[in-house]
Ligand binder design. Structure first.
Ligand code: SF4
Length: 654
């Protein structure tokens, strides 16, 4: 069914580029597809489920790579500049997705489409150029070999005002830790999709369209945005960074927990960005230390102060905002390292190259941050690999002979920078390590496998499931496993979904902390609500940091109706979230994934439990959490398989 009249909120079509045949086609998308799966990630799941054959090699011509924008992007709503890259992940062999802010998302829609999908493989390096009258594959020979910043600078000079997404050397060299970069080094980093782009010899996507994005009710959009913005603008004038560590200590030692209010997180985020969480997370036991061996106590992070948020913002020369964001958590920093300018490192990067490898040298964190952004490589995964290599060196699985004499000792800043460079260039031991911990351990043998921590091949993020079991559940149970953005009990509290969604369990203001570590139907309902709501956010292109302020304050469901004119209830949108989750799970089953294989194993799940520190004695009952979660979706409790009827219902939509 094609759209009658003008599309509202969405553009009504996708662009499909066959790199083998060098053809470009615009294809209509039916209203039914949008109402069933929204846009963004949901639209991508619909397209990729049908078009990637089950035996497709992720790095072969049959894989399809999609760049999608959100349903709310460009509609006058706030926090709606997220774009997503999707495809079959070469890391997990299943559903792959990565998400990024910046200014690329509206650029997709201004080219008149909601997504651009690439299939096939180009015989030589190319980039796609699109404006209002042209869509062409052009020779990228002169940019092949450039890093992400050089590539974007070069293409932006050639096409002033255009927005660019590109890969760096990591993607060209098919590192399975490669991502896709926009805005001079902001990364859609996870799932190894930069390697898919490299395998297709697609260096960049350059978008210069100026098409209008229509909405159903412009005045209502403005009105809702004005109300939401009031919550964003509330900010206390004075907030010293040294207070963040004691806050974390307090959260750790209290026997009860407060239901977290995301307004408090917004205040920290607006002042420092995500580095505001460094000390809080380390102190409370949220941030894993030394390759998941420990948490707060066994490192003395507080004493070293190298996680202090002011250490990072002190180097900030300017703050920046993503498209349509009134908050602005990003920053550009000036450093004394190899690259004088870099993005302010994110929390995930600081902790991956801080506590996780026992490094206390802030300059090294800035240095590897820029090196990895320029290479187009995931900082979370790269930090995991460095920690894995350091533990293997400690256990004599890697020796000085393997490292040309470089001692991979914990916390050695020289060794950290050296290893990162080796992985980017795929030289020496870097060639073994450049595809992530699972592949590296597979190449190094059984002894090394004990120290490789991942979910289904994807390195885990810097949030400890032994502190918040919601992280452990979502690392394990999601079709794209291992990432912190999928959900946690903390996120559930901040979303405040019970204010609008009928089946979302209400949280009390205060509760005994021990409740967090229990399993049961309420946890299954919280986990399923997290996943369904994130699918709505990713369908709409909304930044999670905005959503953390609560659904009654950042009124996403109201924006969606005002943009589209659909009059759907919050429960209707959550049902769309269920369908997207089911479709992604069906994608994995089609590609031979056994969902249970993504379950966390070993240290990150508390097996064996730690004997000291914030998470002492905690083991996560991951099997029960996963089974209950699947049951909440009506899927098979043992296998995670949706019913045939559920799969048929969503795969028949066209
Ligand atoms: S809160 Fe930060 S990441 Fe989110 S849209 Fe705003 S600037 Fe971008």
């Amino acid at each position: 069914m094609n759209l009658p009249g003008r599309s509202k909120g969405f553009m009504g079509s996708i662009m499909v580029v066959d790199l083998s045949a060098q053809t470009i086609e615009t294809q209509p998308v039916s209203l039914k597809v949008y109402r069933t799966f929204l846009s963004g990630m949901g639209l991508a799941a619909h397209v990729l489920y049908h078009r990637i054959p089950e035996d497709a090699d992720p790095l072969g011509p049959d894989n399809m790579l999609g760049f999608v924008s959100g349903l709310l992007t460009g509609t006058g709503s706030l926090f709606t500049g997220r774009w997503m890259v999707t495809g079959k992940s070469p890391l997990t062999g299943g559903w792959g997705e990565a998400n990024c802010g910046g200014h690329f998302s509206p650029a997709i829609k201004r080219c008149g489409v909601d997504g651009i999908f690439f299939t096939g493989m180009s015989p030589k390096p190319v980039y796609l150029y699109v404006d209002d009258t042209t869509a062409q594959l052009r020779d990228a020979g002169s940019t092949w070999g450039m890093d992400t910043v050089e590539t974007e600078t070069f293409l932006s000079a050639r096409y002033p005002g255009a927005r660019v997404a590109c890969i760096g050397p990591a993607g060209e060299r098919l590192s399975l830790m490669a991502g896709v970069s926009t805005d001079q080094g902001r990364m859609a980093a996870r799932s190894g999709l930069g390697a898919v782009m490299g395998a297709k010899r697609l260096k960049a996507v350059v978008l210069a369209g100026n098409k209008r994005i229509h909405v159903h009710n412009k005045e209502a959009m403005k009105h809702i945005s004005r109300i939401c913005n009031k919550w964003v603008q509330f900010q206390p004038p004075f907030l010293p960074g040294f207070l963040t560590a004691p806050v974390g200590t307090l959260l750790r030692i209290m026997p009860w927990a407060f239901t977290q209010d995301g307004l408090l997180y917004k205040i920290l985020l607006r002042k420092w960005g995500t580095v505001s969480m460094n000390q809080i997370s380390v102190e409370m036991g949220d941030s894993p230390v030394q390759n998941w061996k420990g948490s707060n106590r066994n490192w003395g992070f507080f004493k070293s102060l190298s996680a202090h948020p002011d250490l990072f913002t002190r180097k900030e020369t300017r703050k920046y905002h993503c498209y349509s964001c009134p908050l602005g958590c990003g920053g550009i920093c000036r450093t004394s390292g190899r690259h004088p300018r870099t993005h302010k490192p994110e929390y995930e990067t600081v902790l991956s190259f801080g506590g996780f490898v026992l490094n206390r040298d802030v300059d090294t964190i800035f240095d590897v941050n820029e090196a990895l952004n320029r290479a187009g490589m995931d900082t979370i995964s790269a930090g995991h690999v460095v920690a894995f290599a350091m533990e293997c060196f400690e256990k004599k699985i890697i020796t000085l002979q393997d490292t040309a004499g470089m001692a991979l000792e914990w916390g050695n800043p020289e060794a950290i920078s050296w290893l990162v460079d080796q992985m980017i260039s795929r030289q020496g031991i870097g060639h073994i390590l450049a595809d992530g911990v699972a592949k590296a351990a597979g190449r190094m043998g059984k002894k090394a496998q004990r120290f490789a921590f991942h979910a289904g091949g994807q390195e885990l993020a810097m949030h400890d499931g032994r502190n918040d079991p919601g992280f452990a559940l979502h690392y394990s149970v999601e079709p794209a496993p291992g990432r912190h953005t999928n959900g946690a009990w903390l996120y559930y509290e901040m979303y405040r979904l019970w204010k609008k969604v009928t089946d979302a369990p209400k949280m009390p203001l205060v509760y005994a902390k021990a409740r967090k570590y229990e399993t049961g139907p309420d946890k299954a309902a919280m986990g399923s609500a997290n996943s369904r709501f994130l699918n709505v956010l990713n369908g709409a292109g909304v930044c999670q940091f905005g959503a953390f302020m609560g659904i009654d304050r950042i009124r996403i469901f109201d924006w969606l109706n005002a943009a589209t004119g659909w009059h759907m209830t919050p429960d209707d949108y959550m049902a769309a979230g269920t369908r997207i989750q089911t479709l992604k799970q069906a994608f994995n089953l089609k590609h031979g994934i056994a969902p249970r294989d993504f379950a966390l194993k070993g240290r990150p799940a508390g097996h064996p439990p730690m004997t000291h520190g914030a998470n002492k004695g905690r083991s996560i009952d991951i099997d029960t959490l996963m089974a209950d979660y699947w049951e909440a979706f009506g899927w098979d409790k043992k296998t995670g398989r949706p019913t045939d009827h559920q799969i048929a219902e969503i795969t028949d939509v066209s």
